[in-house]
Design a protein around this ligand. Structure first.
Ligand SMILES: Cc1cc2nc3c(=O)[nH]c(=O)nc-3n(C[C@H](O)[C@H](O)[C@H](O)COP(=O)(O)OP(=O)(O)OC[C@H]3O[C@@H](n4cnc5c(N)ncnc54)[C@H](O)[C@@H]3O)c2cc1C
Length: 432
């Protein structure tokens, strides 16, 4: 009997540096790559938003389409289904006599629950699974501390890992993929099937995001090698207008179209061939923040989703779950120009600069005294680069209940506007 392994793609929508894919291809005669649009991801959130808003839904479709094309270019294909992984994966295993399932593990509660349900069904069928954990820059197994002993303060984490961890080089893409001849690949869902809304993006958007590994690699190439923008990243990263003040790689990282190790390897090459400076260091520094929030969620589990945070801290002032105030903030109707401009950009384009995110989050919590979980919930729906770890980690941080030794991280919005938008160009752009 031909040995068949199933590769379950999740937030790792790429063929390069993809350990489950490469291991499955190397260990079997044929593989079945599958992506499942989990119907739970398209329901409504705790506070009534679409869990996956239009910007991310469209981007996700593009990523999956591109993955299918890239797998086809290697001789393979991608099965696409919509529904529940714990029902669909066992069906496919039975249909194609799969002996084991390969996938990347997540460490957020909802994602882990899906893994548990899938594994329960696989046990019944006597199908093995092989899980890896490769969404971070650092290898979890090589951290100089166990997850329960992970420092809660970023600087302590960074100092230890910078001294003790080696970042591995990315894995190559498989050379060839064999899939069963009778593979029923299925059709891609349309945006209206997933989301039931039409797509409109504002012409003022900072970047034209198109999903997929091909676009991700192209963006990395453009930013580093064509625009040579990395050498000034440290100075430009707090920018608000334009393509190149930051990398714009976040949506690709969130869905795994590119791995952090691939970015790291290119930064090292850039340092060797162009320049090594504070900016090149800083991009890796930001990727360490991304890792840090991932490991933090694994450590604190469901407590990361509590209003008082994982430290049971109290916010400087009591917060209210006021929907009317929240809506004003969402609609860019607070009357504070800098906040409104940023909220308009987020609502109309699905993306927002890091400086903008910090300001609007602080304003919601510290000035409007609204429950930060409502803001995080809206970001979950609206951001094209939503990532459960970075979103909830950053929100808790700004709200003073997360990984921050300072409990009151108050942003003086007027001062921030003067510092980061001195001529008011950004506010003019998004308030008209
Ligand atoms: C309230 C709030 C919510 C956020 N929600 C998300 C989210 O859902 N998804 C997300 O990817 N980022 C989130 N961020 C972090 C950050 O704003 C974005 O990663 C960044 O703006 C994305 O643009 P870029 O790729 O051009 O970033 P760059 O400045 O080019 O950074 C490169 C990469 O480093 C990582 N990174 C940078 N800053 C951070 C940070 N503060 N925390 C974690 N990783 C970071 C990202 O993966 C980013 O793509 C949030 C920040 C705040 C303050």
């Amino acid at each position: 009997m031909i040995k068949t392994k199933l590769v379950w793609f999740r937030n790792d929508l790429r063929v390069n540096d993809n350990e489950p894919l490469l291991s499955a291809v190397n260990r079997s005669e044929q593989v079945i790559p599958i992506y499942i649009f989990d119907s739970r991801h398209f329901l409504t959130t705790q506070y009534g938003f679409r869990k996956t808003g239009t910007f991310r839904a469209k981007f996700l479709i593009e990523c999956v389409e591109n993955l299918r094309q890239n797998l086809k270019a290697l001789g393979g294909n991608l099965i696409v289904r919509m529904g529940l992984p714990e029902q669909i994966i066992p069906q496919i295993c039975l249909e194609y006599q799969v002996t084991s399932v390969y996938f990347n593990r997540e460490t957020a509660p909802e994602e882990m629950e899906v893994e548990r349900l899938v594994e329960k069904e696989l046990l019944k069928l006597d199908v093995n699974w092989r899980d890896t954990y490769t969404s971070t820059l650092l290898k979890k197994s090589e951290l100089p501390f166990s997850i329960p002993r992970l420092p809660d303060v970023f600087t302590a984490f960074k100092t230890k890992v910078e001294h003790n961890c080696i970042i591995e080089t990315p894995l190559p893409s498989p050379e060839k993929i064999n899939v069963p001849a009778n593979l029923d690949a299925g059709v891609m869902p349309s945006l209206s099937q997933l989301n039931n809304t039409s797509f409109n993006v504002d012409a003022r958007r900072a970047f034209h995001f198109k999903g997929g590994e091909t676009e991700a690699l192209q963006r990395l190439h453009t930013y580093l090698w064509e625009r040579d923008a990395l050498k000034t990243y440290f100075e430009t990263r707090n920018g608000l207008v334009g393509e190149d003040y930051s990398t714009k790689l976040s949506p690709y990282l969130a869905l795994g179209c590119i791995s952090p190790r691939t970015i790291h390897a290119q930064v090292k090459r850039y340092e060797a061939e162009r320049v090594k400076n504070k900016s090149t260091y800083w991009l890796i520094f930001e990727l360490l923040w991304r890792d840090f929030f991932r490991f933090t969620m694994e450590k604190h589990k469901n407590n990361a989703f509590k209003q008082q945070g994982f430290n049971n801290a109290s916010t400087p002032k009591p917060l209210v779950s006021d929907k009317a105030l929240l809506q004003k903030w969402i609609d860019g109707q607070t009357g504070v120009r800098f906040v409104d401009a940023n909220m308009n950009e987020l609502r109309l384009s699905g993306y927002l600069s890091n400086r903008g995110r910090q300001n609007v989050a602080s304003y919601l919590v510290n000035d409007l005294n609204v429950n930060w979980m409502m803001g995080a919930d809206y970001f979950e729906s609206q951001l094209i680069d939503y990532d459960v770890y970075s979103n909830y980690g950053n929100w808790a941080y700004v709200a003073g209940v997360g990984n921050d030794p300072r409990t009151n991280r108050y942003f003086n919005i007027e001062k921030q506007a003067v510092m980061y938008d001195p001529q008011g160009a950004y506010q003019t752009l998004w308030l008209n």
